[in-house]
Write a protein that binds this ligand. Structure first.
Ligand SMILES: [Zn+2]
Length: 342
């Protein structure tokens, strides 16, 4: 999931646009974009169209190009058919979850429906959790960045495998978690708030080849999921992170930089301005401990909070996140890809 977080900050094409628009103006601009794209954009909501305008500084030509390429990519790769875990279908999650109705609280775990690729990737990640919401209603993703096995991720996982994994995580976020966030807030929510906890981070994690691979995958993903970051907090940032940050910030545009706060040890008051104490884990200065599940609020294999996921024979070696029978089944059975309303 570090890919998702980094994908938010590595898209170089944003343009700064501070013009305040009325709702009427936004609707008109979005409808203009819809009309220019034609049939493929017919069913898109106004706020979805607005994401593409916003990501491109309200430049219609650039927004049209990005939207068209996204819609064609979705069609070509059959992204709508990508299965997502829901409370109804019981598929195993790719990210641990806490505090939602659309999906039961659960940890990542070895499961016969997962591919070998997913299990390999999950064992290298530092530990992630979609954990409740921030004060503005955005889902909160917490990442134990300091525990990522970045060398192994770089050497033992292909770009294709990472892309499949990241797209599946984004689809789960949009179709399950964001849907609930929007229903809960009574307005469309398409952005998430992310916390990177750098505890345990060291120079051992920084490999230029791994970083460049990350950039490549991040740009691919960001191209198809624009404007989805509300806030990003990097906490417990050690001096080693600042070395990497000097490189990363050169890839960023000012609008994205405004959403990022790099904080050392004194971050608790800043986080509590954005997240209620009961939604913030105790190890980050809040009151939540999620003691009902192993690993607490943010379970981590590499921190030893939950056991390594053991690969079994039934975990197929395919680039998709679930085994091929689930991928096939999802094409005809909507329960694998949609929320079934109560
Ligand atoms: Zn918790």
């Amino acid at each position: 999931m570090v890919f998702e977080a980094v994908s938010h900050i590595l898209h170089p094409d944003h343009k700064k646009d501070d013009h305040e628009r009325s709702n009427e103006e936004i609707t008109n601009e979005a409808e203009k974009l819809r009309a220019s794209v034609g049939d493929l954009a017919q069913n898109l909501a106004i706020d979805r169209l607005t994401q593409f305008l916003d990501a491109n500084g309200w430049d219609h030509g650039a927004a049209k190009e990005q939207l068209e390429s996204t819609l064609l990519w979705r069609q070509e790769k059959q992204v709508d058919m990508c299965p997502v875990a829901t409370a109804k279908n019981g598929l195993p999650v790719l990210v641990s979850v806490r505090g939602y109705k659309n999906i039961q609280d659960q940890n990542i775990q070895s499961h016969p429906q997962l591919s070998e690729t997913s299990i390999r990737i999950l064992n290298y990640l530092g530990g992630d959790s979609f954990h409740k919401f921030d004060k503005e209603g955005h889902p909160l993703l917490i990442d134990r960045t300091g525990y990522h096995q970045s060398k192994e991720l770089g050497n033992d996982v292909t770009s294709e495998e990472i892309k499949h994994f990241q797209v599946a995580c984004n689809e789960f976020l949009n179709r399950v978690i964001m849907l609930e966030a929007s229903e809960r807030a009574g307005r469309p929510i398409h952005k998430e708030t992310i916390i990177f906890d750098c505890t345990h981070m060291g120079l051992w994690q920084f490999h230029m080849s791994g970083l460049l691979k990350l950039k490549q995958v991040a740009e691919y993903v960001q191209g198809y999921y624009p404007e989805t970051l509300a806030h990003l907090f990097v906490v417990n940032a050690p001096s080693a992170f600042l070395v990497m940050w000097r490189i990363i910030r050169l890839w960023l545009d000012p609008k994205t930089l405004e959403k990022i706060q790099i904080l050392g040890k004194d971050y608790q008051d800043v986080l509590l301005k954005y997240v209620d104490s009961e939604s913030l884990p105790d190890f980050l200065g809040g009151n939540c401990s999620c003691c009902h599940l192993a690993g607490g609020c943010v379970p981590s294999v590499n921190e030893g909070r939950i056991p390594f996921l053991v690969k079994k024979e039934e975990n197929e070696k395919v680039p998709s996140v679930y085994n091929s029978d689930i991928m096939k089944e999802a094409k005809t059975n909507v329960i694998y890809r949609q929320i079934v309303k109560e």
